[in-house]
Design a protein around this ligand. Structure first.
Ligand code: PLZ
Length: 443
């Protein structure tokens, strides 16, 4: 394997002719429901670069949706996963177990917040982890209701579609959805009517009132929240909101679940985003960044809650696959060795300075927010706060055409989000921000 040169290079239109050929083949055999942000076909990736079949090299501000935090070909991930591949690919942990699975659970117990006894169960995808967190919380509390939040995203399976807030594209036409799921307000500071300084207290009071009046706290098994909301628009719940909701859960015997699938594993400059306000969740769901690109997810939490499900009640053929576990151990090793929490905080410093300068120049930038290497700008119509999805799409397109891969998100499709690999070089990061600034000048 050769390392990808860490420099941007645009040698064809993007997508180029070879990507377009592959896209035609893809259109003939791949279901239309599976989309792609940018149909350039990848051949190599690593550090802060994605290389395509036409020889273009894109600066990566997406990390495959917050997955390749250590890079897409991190040395320790490749080394450990390759070694594991040569030993055995699979035995099924439910048939004959192996050490790698246990080692990942040990690492999760060490890294997640709180010094209580912890246990984990491993799965394949984020959605599967969230589903299992609900199963575990229901088994433990012997209650059924699940509370989620406006703008929340938890996956595409049936239960997690129900937990997800946004209709298009995630839910439209795919119902009926799972019952006993209730949605309450979140403290979206930028859009809170009485201002961000009141959002934490007011939104938590509203959420708690709705739970008490509409569901009954005694019926609630779990409250599930992303400590920084991802697909919903990189919304950091206003200060005070998470502690108030977590305390309410504690007072009422409700399992508090932090969905850290997007925000976890150094992405926000801490191992887990909930640490920012000192929250210790009962259960925490992780995926994405955990394994450097290999499919792995986990539910980790208080041992007595995790043990509530009977033997055989949790699992799946591939959950905690040995190659994925080896990848996770390589990814965690890299995060520790390179101090990727510090790197994420440095990325925030660089990005926020540049984005705030852009905000001063362009009145379509309503808000600059996020933490660590999970940073976004919310775009609005000039002179107000009406969402501006048109400008968002145009900016993303302009970035793509010059070789900067950016993603969008947000309930209103008006948020440009930046999720660079935490190992990206500062020269590439700055070059990407230059290109973004030029895109603003053009749009
Ligand atoms: N919970 C907080 O961010 C995945 C999915 C984008 P899976 N987010 C990206 C898309 O269009 O499908 C995610 C998340 C949070 C759960 C999930 C689901 O994780 O691994 O995609 O199932």
């Amino acid at each position: 394997m050769t390392a990808v040169p860490q420099e941007r290079r645009v040698v064809t239109a993007i997508p180029g002719p070879k990507s377009q050929e592959l896209q035609a083949r893809r259109n003939a055999t791949v279901a239309a429901g599976v989309g792609s942000v940018l149909p350039v076909f990848t051949t190599r990736a690593g550090g802060g670069i994605i290389e395509d079949v036409d020889g273009n090299r894109l600066i990566d501000f997406g990390s495959g949706i917050a997955v390749t935090s250590v890079g897409a070909s991190a040395e320790a991930v490749v080394r450990r996963a390759s070694a594991q591949l040569a030993e055995f690919t699979h035995s099924c942990f439910m048939v004959t177990p192996y050490e790698g699975y246990v080692e990942v659970c040990e690492a999760l117990a060490e890294l997640t917040p709180g010094d209580h006894a912890k246990k984990s169960a491993l799965f394949n995808s984020g959605a599967e982890a969230v589903e299992n967190a609900v199963k575990i919380a229901r088994a433990y509390t012997k209650r059924q209701a699940v509370v989620v939040f406006d703008h929340g995203y938890h996956g595409r399976t049936n239960l997690t579609m129900a937990l997800t807030s946004k209709n298009m594209p995630y839910k439209n036409g795919f119902g009926p959805f799972a019952p006993e799921v209730y949605r309450v307000p979140v403290a979206y500071g930028y859009r809170w009517p009485s201002g961000p300084e009141n959002a934490g207290a007011e939104a938590s009071a509203q959420a708690i009132d709705m739970i008490n009046k509409q569901i009954g706290a005694d019926n609630v098994a779990a409250i599930i929240i992303e400590p920084v909301l991802g697909e919903g628009g990189f919304i950091e719940p206003a200060k005070g909101f998470l502690p108030a909701v977590a305390q309410f859960a504690k007072d009422n015997g409700i399992v508090f679940v932090a969905d850290e699938i997007q925000s976890g594993f150094c992405r926000t400059g801490q191992w887990f985003a909930c640490e920012n306000e000192g929250i210790v969740p009962d259960l925490i769901t992780t995926a994405k960044g955990i394994a450097g690109g290999l499919p792995l997810s986990a539910v980790t939490g208080r041992a007595e809650i995790m043990d509530a499900a009977h033997s055989g009640g949790l699992g799946g053929t591939y959950g905690g696959n040995p190659v994925a576990c080896a990848g996770a151990l390589g990814s965690i090793e890299t995060m520790k060795e390179l101090d990727l929490n510090a790197k994420a905080r440095r990325i925030e410093e660089i990005m926020k300075a540049r984005l705030t300068a852009i905000q001063e120049k362009y009145d379509i930038v309503g808000d600059v927010r996020g933490r660590g290497a999970m940073i976004a700008v919310e775009l609005v119509k000039p002179g107000g706060k009406d969402p501006n999805p048109e400008a968002t799409a145009a900016l993303a397109k302009a970035c793509h055409s010059v070789g900067l891969l950016v993603l969008t998100c947000g309930t209103y499709g008006n948020v440009l989000r930046f999720l660079p690999p935490l190992v990206i070089g500062e020269d590439l990061l700055n070059e990407g921000l230059d290109l973004l600034e030029q895109a603003f000048a053009g749009v």
